[in-house]
Write a new protein. Structure first.
Length: 252
């Protein structure tokens, strides 16, 4: 499914980020270190999946016809997804998941706050709901960074190793391309490059408090926005889309 309208592409792109992040978090269901965290991670996953539904529903309305939110989630191939590579990386261990979540949450909060000012009233309304969730998500993941980084020697090491692995994927969050230029100029989209300093300040302050070291710049890995993904997304979609692929049009 090739989307040509810039607004539709942007809306679906935001939905892709939320859906894939939500799916990765859902993989902790029944696997978290203790029951309370099992429930907490599941609830955060639901927040992201719910956010994805709102973006996809808007995208479906923009496209019209028989397109629905399920079309975007279950009936597109891997190259049609435009989510950040950071979101699709395998679940990893608990430190990897929470480090990834923190790096993303530190970006998501200022992003949703800026999107609340969008000239597109529908996007602004979705952002207003997401901003409340993002504020809670960042507080939660930041607390975990402090607990893991300034905890035992093993938790510190695992957290630092996770940051080193993830850092190379963070540059992609701040990229802007031709798709965004027109939408930014019209006040519809958020300029992600303008959020880098805020993000870096949050990350730097938190890692310092957690006795963790800010990774050295390594050059960025990008491509997700153009549909160029890791093999991991293909495996994720194979699992997530199985029922609709096996039984097209299935309804409960």
């Amino acid at each position: 499914m090739k989307l040509k309208d810039p607004l539709t592409r942007y809306v679906v792109q935001l939905g892709d980020d939320a859906l894939i992040m939500g799916h990765r978090l859902s993989e902790w269901m029944s696997r978290a270190p203790f029951l309370e965290e099992d429930i907490a991670l599941s609830n955060v996953a639901l927040d992201f999946v719910g956010r994805a539904r709102l973006f996809y529903q808007y995208g479906a309305e923009l496209m019209g016809g028989e397109v629905t939110e399920n079309t975007f989630a279950y009936q597109r191939d891997v190259r049609d997804f435009t989510n950040l590579l950071l979101c699709e990386l395998p679940r990893g261990d608990f430190a990897f998941t929470l480090s990834r979540q923190f790096l993303y949450d530190a970006f998501s909060l200022p992003f949703t706050q800026a999107l609340c000012k969008s000239t597109d009233s529908r996007l602004a309304a979705i952002a207003a709901k997401a901003e409340k969730e993002s504020r809670y998500h960042l507080r939660r993941s930041r607390d975990w960074m402090l607990r893991l980084g300034d905890g035992t020697a093993e938790s510190h090491e695992r957290c630092q190793n996770a940051l080193e692995q993830l850092w190379i994927y963070t540059d992609e969050m701040f990229e802007r391309d031709a798709l965004l230029d027109g939408l930014i100029a019209s006040g519809i989209a958020v300029d992600p490059a303008s959020l880098r300093l805020t993000w870096l300040e949050t990350v730097t302050e938190t890692l310092h408090a957690a006795t963790l070291t800010l990774p050295e710049p390594q050059g960025g890995v990008t491509g997700g926005r153009e549909g160029i993904h890791t093999d991991d997304l293909g495996f994720l979609l194979a699992e997530m889309q199985f029922m609709q692929r096996a039984y097209p049009g299935l309804q409960w």
